[in-house]
Design a protein around this ligand. Structure first.
Ligand code: TXA
Ligand code: MG
Length: 324
């Protein structure tokens, strides 16, 4: 743990790979209460031992995150998840169908539960997922405990999809960064609370709605549910420094243009999320391209993105990034 420099993001982070000795080192850092940034298929997570309150507190400090905003606990398998939460038959089906993968389930916390109350922000529920990344699954198995991990970025900023993004945002505030390559999906997990009155979608994400609804029926919006919310769904979030203008057919003077699909005549995008109009490709490029344009522009116009499939989560992140 970095006692002397918790808020110093200027120092260089230590970056390691995914070999057995790297992961053993990462596991020992976590077991001694440190912070390790680890790759997942969605975005990089800032991981700590979820059962160690001081380590969980260090996550909030490193991110500058409000402590009323609970963290997702990452498990190695369904058995570990079932030791932490009550699974209804529907919850178990969802886990069997979508894990490992980008679906987070918010479920009633078991009592007693070894996870720190700080990780769940004192709520009676707990958010769980089994990530689909071989190195991180091996890490969780080595630690033998759930890992609390929010996205590995300063609070409200863009989520990291490479080890270099983590290093740029958190620097020496994290003890180790495991470089497992670029994240495949590039967007955070979809968060579902499968309750008795129907399943609520708390956050759209990398697992598209339609595939989940085959099992749950129509997903309810948090407004339609009785008070279940993801406290982290602050309006402004995932935000570049540059001003974002959405649904733009073309850039205005001084704006960078982030395109989607075949460029229309007379408009040359600065970058294109997917020239072939592929939403999965656009999702995996979204945060990295916003970062790149943010380096050199004070305003970014973004082409319209269809709201279907992964477009729902892409548009959610863009709207939050554009909120003032
Ligand atoms: O893909 C992901 O989900 C990434 C990777 C690292 O797994 N993690 C991630 O974590 O996006 P974070 O902390 O940035 O977002 C977690 C969200 C927050 O909106 C939080 O409020 C919500 O999950 N959440 C966590 N526990 C909850 C609970 N018990 N009830 C409702 N919402 C919860
Ligand atoms: Mg986040």
């Amino acid at each position: 743990m970095k006692e002397d420099s918790e808020l110093d993001s200027r120092g260089a982070a230590t970056v390691i790979g995914t070999r057995d000795d790297d992961l053993a080192r990462a596991a020992s850092v976590i077991l001694s209460g440190g912070l390790v940034a680890a790759p997942t298929e969605t975005v990089y997570g800032l991981a700590a031992d979820a059962t160690n309150g001081a380590a969980v507190a260090a996550i909030y400090t490193a991110k500058g995150r409000p402590s009323f905003n609970p963290l997702i606990c990452h498990v190695s398998d369904l058995a570990m998840a079932e030791s932490l939460a009550h699974f209804s038959p529907l919850a178990r089906r969802l886990a069997e169908q979508f894990w490992p993968g980008p679906l987070t389930l918010v479920l009633p916390r078991k009592e007693p539960c070894p996870v720190s109350e700080l990780a769940t922000a004192g709520l009676p529920s707990i958010a769980l997922r089994q990530p689909k990344h071989e190195a991180t699954l091996r890490l969780i198995r080595l630690v033998g405990r759930p890992l609390a991990a929010p996205s590995a970025n300063p609070s409200e900023q863009l989520s990291p999809t490479t080890a270099a993004h983590v290093a740029a945002g958190l620097g020496a505030r994290v003890d180790l960064i495991i470089d497992g390559g670029a994240c495949e999906a590039g967007l955070e997990s979809t968060i579902i609370a499968p309750g008795e009155g129907g399943a609520v979608m708390l956050r759209p994400g990398a697992q598209p709605r339609a595939e989940i609804e085959l099992f749950t029926g129509p997903l309810l919006s948090p407004e339609a549910s009785k008070g279940i919310v993801a406290p982290g769904m602050l309006r402004r979030h995932y935000a570049p420094r540059a001003r974002l203008r959405l649904d733009a057919e073309s850039p205005a003077e001084g704006e960078a243009y982030l395109g989607f699909g075949a460029p229309r005549a007379g408009v040359s995008p600065s970058l294109n999320l997917s020239i072939r109009g592929d939403l999965a490709e656009a999702a995996s490029n979204l945060f990295a391209m916003l970062r790149a344009l943010d380096e050199s522009h004070v305003a970014i116009a973004v082409a319209p993105i269809p709201d279907t499939g992964l477009g729902e989560a892409i548009n959610d992140r863009l709207r939050r990034g554009a909120a003032l």
